[in-house]
Design a protein around this ligand. Sequence first.
Ligand SMILES: Cc1cc2nc3c(=O)[nH]c(=O)nc-3n(C[C@H](O)[C@H](O)[C@H](O)COP(=O)(O)OP(=O)(O)OC[C@H]3O[C@@H](n4cnc5c(N)ncnc54)[C@H](O)[C@@H]3O)c2cc1C
Length: 397
Amino acid sequence: MPEVKADVLIVGASLAGGAAAKRLVDAGFKTIMIERKELPRHKICSGILSPRGWRFLHENFGEPPPEAFHEPKHVRGVNFLFRNGLQLPMEFTAGPTPHIYRKFADLHVVRKSRAEIHERTEFTEILPDDAGVTVKARRRGEPVTYRAKYVIAADGPRSSVVAKLYPGFRDSIWWFVVGQKYYKGEIGLDPAWFHFMIHPELGYYNWHHPEAGCQIVGYTCEHGESWPDGHARVVEYLRENHGLRIREEVSKEGCLENFGMSLTNHFVFGKQRVLVTGQAAGFLNMMAEGMSCALHSGATAGEAIVEAVARNRDPNALYDELIQDERRRTVDQWNPLRILLSTPHEADLKGAIRKFPLVDRAYMVKEMLAYCGQYRGYQWMAPILAAAVRRLFLGRY
Ligand SMILES: Cc1cc2nc3c(=O)[nH]c(=O)nc-3n(C[C@H](O)[C@H](O)[C@H](O)COP(=O)(O)OP(=O)(O)OC[C@H]3O[C@@H](n4cnc5c(N)ncnc54)[C@H](O)[C@@H]3O)c2cc1C
């Protein structure tokens, strides 16, 4: 069986992997990125890259080609839809942000990193030892072994690397089914916004936005619940309240998501020369905005290895230190004290609410609390409060 050698092997050719690779290649490390799919590959995603994520992508990888953007090309912000008909638009404070087409935006990032990319190569096993890490994979169906000094796991929410490194991990967190359908049709909602339904009886996370001439309706449920039934309820709600008219269902897609890790401050950063980054580590901002933290945490993982070699330090210990800044930004978004006393998001929730009369403000807050009440069964409140107290007294999580 062939053995391929590298300084760093990255699992997952996506935004986190591409950002890590860029830092490593720039510093002269032989970097190989393995990706189970053929590139350019599809990735389920609304594609709304926050202003911070866009700045990072543009500064580090340059302007993406035209095919890396969707139509409409820009999004003004997030608009909450309430069941009494009120709408709460929250503009991104830095202005409209691009709506990217992951298939080509990710390709742009991973190519610009200049790492060697092995497509159709699926990670299967990881064996760290004192001198390095052996990774087994299947490349175009054939077994292949990699030997690297370090490994970065950037293989997304359902990370196989994390599952192998921490065998009980998958069973220790909640999993959610996130899916969306594309329809030809019309809707009475402004296409310049990402619309999010604050409705305590409709489900955990439901959204609408237009893309490529289609109306997208998304719905989330706990793994094991009936996704089609819940999705049909959201479609019905949009029909009755926002004039959704469907002519044809074009396509549907879904995946499993690890919501909960960032809001409960439960991250996995790796061990034994394996650094876990992006959503594999648990990074996900509010509104399932995961691209900006994937880019930043990926770059930090690359930087940790560059610095560890330069300073003869343990890469995992250094990564644990360097990643605290991104962790603070992410967990701040879920910290009730930060939400009340500062502005941890890239849009100003409190400022947007203040524009409404008192009676509407009271209604919106009541509905948002009722909406959060859906998550009662997950016992997330205790870790959220523990993290908030830790941040208050120690300044970190
Ligand atoms: C429906 C939906 C909508 C979303 N909308 C937004 C949005 O509008 N804005 C936003 O910022 N975020 C959004 N997100 C979140 C965002 O997509 C993720 O947080 C982000 O893509 C995480 O990036 P990543 O680089 O960590 O991993 P991923 O993008 O998940 O990439 C992981 C890569 O690893 C590869 N891989 C996986 N397993 C293996 C293996 N065994 N071997 C080799 N390769 C492997 C995958 O094929 C993939 O290329 C959305 C997510 C969903 C599900």
